[in-house]
Design a protein. Structure first.
Length: 314
């Protein structure tokens, strides 16, 4: 019973948030157009949160995900503006993201440094790299099919139900859930996060698993950058500022433990939807930005407190 309550808790929270804002602003919040907007806004955070789930389950953390998203938008825009095909530019951007993850994982495992310290340093380094690559300005690029990933569907494409970028997020979520729950790699992630010394004694290649986890997480952050580029239509080195907090909060609200060993992809998606619904609802209530930031801070602290309560209950 306790397990089911833990799994259904995030979904119940999402329903409560939707009911609350629907009651407060029924005409503005509870309509199909706003639901589509929220799906578009959720796609970026949710895609990055998929990778963050893997890292947190393994007992790590990545504070540089916002900077990685910004760097991905700049990389993609730069390549497209220089004549690369959209597909080739997108693949190269994801490969660059995975390389960043390998660097993070290598520093964590090779130098035996705290993931918090390493990713805090990468947060500044990657953000600076994005600004340098962009010449401290936005990078414009020719319009391609990439720009259609996160735009409202025209009348002749309503059969898709939701924009292609949302389908991409759902497809990646299914693949990540399969990776976490049905593969040896996923079991090793859980084992490392639950008890690293025991995992080592059982023959788990802890360092290699951690590096791969960071590589996959950063590749997914790069995909989130592709979606952010589609949403913005430019490469922006200052975008996704503070988004790492939304991503981490989505994972923890979804049932993952910051100490590792537990996490759910389905829960992460629900957590991302909660963060988006709260931000969207606050906007519909015409609350100023500073109030929204306070609300976001309260949600993050509450998520950590919830994680602590779950661990104490276990």
């Amino acid at each position: 019973m306790k397990t089911w309550l833990s799994r259904l808790g995030p979904l119940a929270g999402l329903v409560a948030v939707v009911i609350l804002f629907s009651a407060l602003r029924p005409a503005q919040f509870a309509n199909a157009a706003n639901a589509e907007i929220m799906l578009l806004q959720t796609a970026v955070v949710a895609t990055a949160a998929l990778g963050m789930t893997l890292v947190i389950v393994s007992g790590g953390i990545d504070l540089s995900v916002g900077a990685q998203i910004a760097l991905a938008t700049v990389t993609l825009a730069t390549l497209v503006s220089r004549g690369w095909s959209p597909a080739a530019a997108a693949v190269a951007t994801v490969i660059c993201g995975a390389a960043c993850g390998c660097l993070i994982g290598g520093l964590v495992t090779g130098l035996r440094l705290s993931p918090f310290i390493v990713t805090l340093g990468m947060w500044g380094g990657l953000r600076g790299l994005a600004k340098g690559l962009a010449g401290e300005t936005m990078v414009a690029a020719p319009t391609t099919w990439l720009n259609d990933l996160l735009t409202a569907l025209p009348a002749d494409r309503r059969w898709l139900l939701v924009p292609p970028g949302v389908w991409l997020t759902l497809l990646l979520a299914a693949a990540t859930a399969l990776l976490l729950q049905a593969t040896r790699f996923g079991r090793h992630l859980v084992a490392i996060g639950s008890n690293e010394p025991t995992a080592r004694l059982c023959g788990v290649a802890v360092d290699r698993v951690r590096i791969v986890a960071h590589a996959v997480a950063s590749a997914l952050a790069a995909v989130a950058g592709l979606l952010q580029y589609a949403y913005l239509t430019v490469g922006d080195p200052t975008t996704a500022m503070g988004m790492e907090l939304d991503v981490i909060a989505a994972v923890v609200i979804g049932g993952a433990s910051l100490t590792g060993g537990r996490g759910s992809i389905a829960g992460t998606l629900v957590g991302a939807m909660i963060m988006t619904a709260v931000a969207n609802g606050c906007t519909k209530l015409d609350l100023p930005n500073w109030v929204q930031e306070i609300v976001t801070g309260v949600i993050i602290v509450s998520a950590v407190a919830l994680d602590r309560a779950r661990r104490d209950a276990d």
